[in-house]
Write a protein that binds this ligand. Structure first.
Ligand code: AP5
Length: 209
């Protein structure tokens, strides 16, 4: 099964992907995670990507397309994958087509900007596992009570200015993909303001799992 998770920053794509991969027997491929790993390694790609990412801009298509193409050739992708955060532009979607990657469904996470800003400002990542938490008083999932806060990381692009820019970039460059995939008949809208378990159920129903 090969799926695309489409939607604005903070819609919950990564959270839901982490929760459904085992049941669907697929792996999650987050281009954001791949790029952050390249930044942490200090590779040439990471050095080039960092400035774009910190300000909330997209990394140039050619870099991301090459990264994604190399990732989907790895052995763990044999049973399928969820592309979380790719494609993000029409040229990226066309590159995926040209590579002959057969996508079964495109899950479009629908959520209002106010909720996105609230979620992203409370998001924290567990450094050791990459698991996503939320420290807002109403945040879901909360970090375990015995977890030391120093084990959690706040992303540089989850600062207010970068969040605002990411929403503008999403509207300009990524939202056109909704129409692009609607025209293929692959797009399914999922209401992403719901509780996590309800979203998971909707995703599984959409993909026939
Ligand atoms: P990336 O890491 O992909 O960021 P994003 O798309 O902006 O998505 P996020 O990770 O911010 O949000 P999400 O939808 O996964 O939400 P999450 O599950 O964490 O990309 C980062 C950067 O890398 C980009 O800005 C760009 O520079 C570059 N990049 C990446 N891919 C690229 C590409 N293809 N082309 C070019 N550049 C690229 O949830 C958010 C919070 O909400 C969490 O705290 C979570 O706990 C909480 N939450 C989630 N769901 C719920 C729920 N249902 N109820 C309550 N809380 C919830």
């Amino acid at each position: 099964m090969k799926l695309i998770f489409l939607g604005p920053p903070g819609a919950g794509k990564g959270t839901i992907a982490q929760r459904v991969t085992d049941d669907l027997g697929v792996v999650q491929i987050s281009t954001g995670d791949l790029l952050r790993a390249a930044v942490a390694e200090g590779s040439d790609l990471g050095k080039e990507a960092k400035g774009y990412m910190d300000s909330g801009e997209l990394v140039p298509d050619t870099l991301v397309i090459d990264l994604l193409k190399a990732r989907i050739l790895k052995d763990d992708c044999a049973n399928g994958f969820i592309l979380d955060g790719f494609p993000r532009t029409i040229p990226q979607a066309e590159a995926l087509n040209q590579a002959g990657v057969p996508i079964e469904k495109v899950i479009n996470f629908v959520v209002a900007d106010e909720l996105i800003i609230h979620r992203l400002s409370g998001r924290r990542i567990h450094k050791a596992t990459g698991k996503i938490y939320n420290v807002n008083p109403d945040g879901v999932p909360q970090p375990p009570a015995d977890m030391d806060p120093s084990e959690l990381l706040q992303r540089d692009d989850d600062q207010a200015e970068a969040i605002a820019n990411r929403l503008v970039v999403y509207a300009d460059q990524t939202e056109p993909l909704i129409g692009y995939y609607k025209a293929t008949g692959l797009l399914v809208d999922i209401e992403a303001s719901q509780q996590i378990d309800l979203i998971i159920a909707d995703v599984k129903q959409a993909v026939g799992a």
